[in-house]
Design a protein around this ligand. Structure first.
Ligand code: CAO
Length: 417
């Protein structure tokens, strides 16, 4: 049975609001009370829950739309079973009221919901809160200069500029000049996708506030290549694509366990390191709308086949914009692989609040001198880079990390266990 989800009464005298996030997609199965929409009004940021459990069949609104109370937002296919309590109650109520079986479905009055307003004691508009979330800034650390200590966008900008000059001693960045390029020829204006705008802000903030250093290294993956091909052959029937990435993920979890500061985050006072005892690996996925980083949770506890299957599923859904917000959170370390494309070494930007990131490039066959045999052998060599936050990680530790990482990749017994 198809039901309509309508915008409930938002209360507090708010008649309408702008859609800032739609965390679900058509085809997603949602539970009653799961957040299906995030709105920003001039008064508050609100999460709108689903009225029913079921499968979303239609989304009738888009990002940036202004919606008002009672407006139909989505359609959902619900099953009339015991789990869908709200649905059953509503059916019973409808039958009792109308006493006619074929009565057309009358849309129920929107229910009033409680506003979910951040309760951190900070006085800031939803726009400022959203921006601070995107940039990973804790508003408690920002000075509010507005009325009654309200934090304004200017306060946020000043905070970022202060962090930048603290971190690098550099001067304020020059704004992009407004130039009329048509004076030299034809141009085309291309609007940046929302993903690109958000990622761009995050990357800029990370690049300007974290003192990055990048360590380059090369791993001999000749034996791993043979082993991967064997596994690929054995798993042919399962249609699971086994690339190098699952091995790289598994090996990084081992290295992180041995060198925990690489799996950490700085706390908000910048005086303590929070070492995480779980290994959730984020993977940069190239999608038509921009870079998306889904996370493989507890990768250390998963097999190569499990990681391969999950990687296929996450990258397909990332490209179809079907990832849930929870699948983009909780990462402890990120891998960005350009190994399937090409190029030699690059300097990946750290994904805050993480403190290091691995960049993988395409492997090449090289003649490598073997001092034991006194001859040169053809070996399959993978270039990789490790960018790290130099406030937390020393150069010596980073060199030890990449050395250990390539040892693990070279000795394939780890993958056979
Ligand atoms: N060396 C040699 N071959 C490699 C390799 C490497 N380091 N990495 C991947 N390959 C091979 C794979 O094994 C595969 O070959 P086979 O078909 O023979 O198995 C082929 O290249 C294609 O791999 P892939 O790219 O489809 O798969 P992946 O698991 O390596 O990567 C994903 C998956 C989602 C990470 C990738 O598709 C992607 O989006 N990469 C771009 C990430 C990105 O943009 N990073 C930059 C961020 S900074 O702007």
């Amino acid at each position: 049975m198809i039901k309509e989800i309508k915008l409930p009464d938002l209360g507090e005298g708010i008649d309408g609001a702008e859609i800032s996030e739609i965390p679900i997609s058509v085809g997603d199965v949602v539970t009653s009370d799961q957040t299906i929409l995030i709105l920003e009004s001039d008064k508050a940021s609100m999460e709108i829950p689903s009225d029913f459990s079921g499968k979303i069949t239609d989304i009738l609104i888009s990002l940036g739309d202004e919606v008002s109370t009672g407006q139909t937002l989505m359609k959902i296919e619900v099953a009339a079973d015991k789990k869908n309590k709200k649905n059953i109650n509503e059916d019973v109520k409808e039958k009792n009221n109308k006493n006619v079986i074929q009565e057309p479905v009358v849309n129920k009055q929107p229910t009033k919901i409680d506003l979910k307003i951040d309760n951190d004691g900070v006085f800031a508009s939803p726009g400022v809160r959203r921006l601070s979330r995107e940039l990973g800034i804790n508003l408690n650390t920002v000075n509010g200069t507005g009325e009654k200590g309200r934090i304004t966008k200017d306060d946020l900008n000043n905070y970022i500029l202060k962090q930048m000059s603290n971190a690098s001693g550099s001067s304020i960045p020059t704004p992009i000049p407004d130039i009329d390029y048509t004076q030299w020829g034809d141009i085309e204006n291309q609007k940046l996708t929302k993903v690109k705008r958000i990622t761009g802000r995050r990357l800029q903030s990370a690049w300007q506030t974290i003192p990055h250093v990048t360590q380059f290294d090369e791993a001999d993956i000749t034996d791993l290549d043979v082993f991967r091909k064997e596994l690929k052959e054995r798993s042919k029937k399962s249609k699971i694509k086994i690339t190098f990435l699952p091995f790289l993920i598994k090996a990084i979890t081992k290295t992180l366990k041995e060198m925990p500061e690489f799996n950490s985050s700085m706390d908000s006072s910048s005086s303590n390191l929070i070492i995480k005892k779980y290994y959730n690996i984020g993977l940069a996925v190239d999608t038509p709308s921009g870079l998306i980083v889904p996370v493989i949770m507890n990768a250390d506890q998963k097999s190569i086949l499990d990681i391969s299957a999950e990687l296929m599923d996450l990258s397909v859904r990332a490209r179809e914009k079907k990832l849930k917000p929870s699948e983009l959170k909780g990462g402890t370390f990120t891998i960005s692989s350009l190994g399937g494309i090409g190029g030699k070494f690059f300097t990946p930007i750290i994904n805050p609040p993480e403190v290091s990131i691995l960049g993988v490039s395409k492997s090449v066959w090289k003649n490598v001198y073997n001092p034991t045999s006194g001859s040169s052998d053809l070996r399959y060599i993978m270039p990789f880079s490790l960018s790290y936050d130099h406030r937390i990680i020393d150069g010596a530790a980073a060199a030890r990390f990449t050395t250990r990482y390539k040892e693990i990749l070279h000795d394939i017994s780890f993958f056979k266990d």
